[in-house]
Design a protein. Structure first.
Length: 72
């Protein structure tokens, strides 16, 4: 089983992007998903964007992850 988390693309420089993942900033590779733009959401796995995701779905997933973190 793998875990992918959604993130919002804030900046793109060549094949790398800065993303917001629930308030945490990360730098990820766009090598596997080069056709994305600033403001879009992507599913991130092991430091790579693996696909675009719908904004509503991304926000719902982030909210669920936040609830899980609060329960711990």
């Amino acid at each position: 089983m793998c875990l992918g988390v959604p993130g919002k693309i804030l900046e793109i420089e060549k094949t790398m992007a800065k993303v917001d993942v629930g308030g945490f900033l990360r730098e990820i590779s766009l090598d596997l998903c080069p056709d994305v733009s600033v403001g879009e959401y992507v599913l991130i796995h092991t430091g790579f964007a693996i696909q675009k995701v719908d904004e509503e779905d991304a926000k719902e997933t982030l909210a669920l992850l936040q609830k899980m973190a609060e329960a711990i």
